[in-house]
Design a protein around this ligand. Structure first.
Ligand code: 13P
Ligand code: ZN
Ligand code: NA
Length: 280
């Protein structure tokens, strides 16, 4: 069933597990995410980035996810990922998204606070929960996120930001990057501990792709409740398609078969991440 993202994450926080927010781009990615979550009997967040508003019909997409969620044997939430424009947030709320992320991380703290507070008031009136970010997650390889300066979150600022804006969950920048790491990852779990002490709302880890498995597990043990996954899923599919088109026989296959194969190629990645987040 479709559930409120905030309730889902508060339960995860209480029971010390986390939920994957898989970025999706089409029917196959949504189906893969729900299928894997049903197999593992773990809740899931379907996340659509604002950057896909140009190519994905937002209202049609929301109806589709709501229908699949209603049929699903696990809780499913529908989240707007990295939105920079107020219009996109309002459109997602109207379409029935259960949470939105307002990304004001490129602004200074004062402006990020002011803009996030405004969005939070609007979203809360509609019963939709809000994620925001302070500090900013840097950009690695193969990601299609916007360039990020990559500043770590300051724990004291995080506390003030959450108090002043009223956001429901906070993306903490602790050294992960959007996409794959260009060098050795330097993830600051000590900083996560400090932020956890200062902030009471569920914490979100962006940039899960490429992050060592033990770091992901440890971050969940230390209070991360939502993990955003994009690039590894996309790479699994594009590399699979690439291999497929090199094969003389497969290259002439019908599109329906190719789409089904593509869906299958993403499922092991989603399964890997979901298993890392389960406190079982
Ligand atoms: P990755 O592409 O590194 O998995 O990051 C995903 C993300 O943070 C989406 O918001
Ligand atoms: Zn992100
Ligand atoms: Na990453």
């Amino acid at each position: 069933m479709l559930v409120n993202t905030k309730d889902m994450l508060l339960k995860a926080k209480h029971e010390k597990y986390a939920i994957a927010a898989f970025n999706v781009y089409n029917l196959e990615t949504v189906q893969a995410a729900i299928r894997v979550s049903e197999q593992l009997q773990h809740p899931v967040i379907i996340a659509l980035g604002e950057r896909y508003f140009g190519t994905v019909d937002v209202e049609g997409f929301a109806s589709l996810v709501k229908t699949l969620a209603a049929k699903s044997s696990v809780p499913v939430a529908l989240h707007l990922d990295h939105a920079y424009e107020k219009e996109s947030i309002i459109r997602a709320i109207r379409a029935g998204f259960t949470s939105v992320m307002y990304d004001g991380s490129k602004f200074d703290l004062e402006n990020n606070t002011r803009l996030t507070k405004d969005i939070t008031e609007i979203a809360h009136m509609a019963g939709v929960s809000v994620e925001a970010e302070i500090g900013s997650v840097a950009l690695g390889a193969f990601s299609d996120e916007e360039e990020g300066a990559g500043t770590l979150t300051d724990p004291k600022e995080a506390r003030k930001f959450v108090e002043e804006t009223g956001v429901d969950f906070l993306a903490a920048a602790i050294g992960t990057v959007h996409g794959m790491y260009k060098g050795e990852p330097n993830i600051r779990l000590d900083l996560l501990d400090e932020i956890r002490e200062m902030v009471d709302v569920p914490l979100v880890l962006h940039g899960a792709s490429g992050t060592p498995e033990e770091i992901i597990k440890e971050s969940v043990a230390r209070g991360i409740c939502k993990i955003n996954v994009n690039t590894e899923v996309s790479l699994a599919a594009t590399r699979h398609l690439d291999e497929m088109f090199k094969n003389e026989e497969r290259k002439n296959a019908h599109l329906s078969t190719i789409m089904a194969d593509m869906q299958q190629s993403m499922e092991p990645v989603m399964e890997k991440f979901t298993k890392l987040l389960m406190n079982k």
